[in-house]
Design a protein around this ligand. Structure first.
Ligand code: HEC
Length: 130
């Protein structure tokens, strides 16, 4: 499992380094999710990434007492509008009065990438939001 995550990360770094932000070749939402989000939200989006279990990977990160959102839970995800999700991704937890462990991505990802990620999360939860 760890090896798999490592390989995915190495592959993603290669892809990002090659394309870069705003380059001619677009990186898919799934690739962005794997690169930026799975270490906390998990490779399947269930909120069980390596960072959500700091004790397991040997890092003591007490702030991680707030667990990453399970993006596959329709009940939780339905409470969020697309705008809520976009604000959370762009401005991080602080922008939506949630845990600041959720980092802001507005300077890393383009608006289009954030919209694509939002659509990707809607696929994971199989829900439309309110
Ligand atoms: C360092 C760990 C970490 C990373 C990396 C991370 N998140 Fe999060 N995320 C969190 C945590 C923790 C929460 C829960 C915040 C809360 O409920 O207070 C969260 C919550 C969220 C939420 C829900 C916000 C809400 O209003 O309920 C969305 C949407 C989200 N993350 C999307 C993403 C996306 C997309 C990425 C990748 C671009 C990402 N996250 C990367 C830790 C992370």
């Amino acid at each position: 499992m760890i090896t798999k995550i490592f390989l995915i990360t190495v592959f993603s770094i290669g892809t990002i380094a090659f394309t870069g932000k705003g380059a001619a070749f677009a990186v898919s939402a799934e690739e962005n999710y794997k690169f930026y989000c799975t270490q906390c939200h998990g490779s399947d989006g269930k909120g069980e990434g390596a960072n959500s279990k700091p004790k397991v990977v040997g890092i003591d990160l007490p702030e991680m007492s707030v667990t990453p959102r399970n993006h596959t839970n329709p009940e939780d995800m339905n409470k969020l509008t697309d705008t809520d999700i976009e604000s959370a991704i762009s401005g991080g937890g602080a922008a939506v009065s949630k845990s600041t462990i959720m980092p802001p991505w507005g300077k890393t990802l383009t608006e289009a990438e954030i919209k694509d990620l939002t659509a990707y999360l809607r696929k994971l939860c199989k829900c439309k939001g309110k």
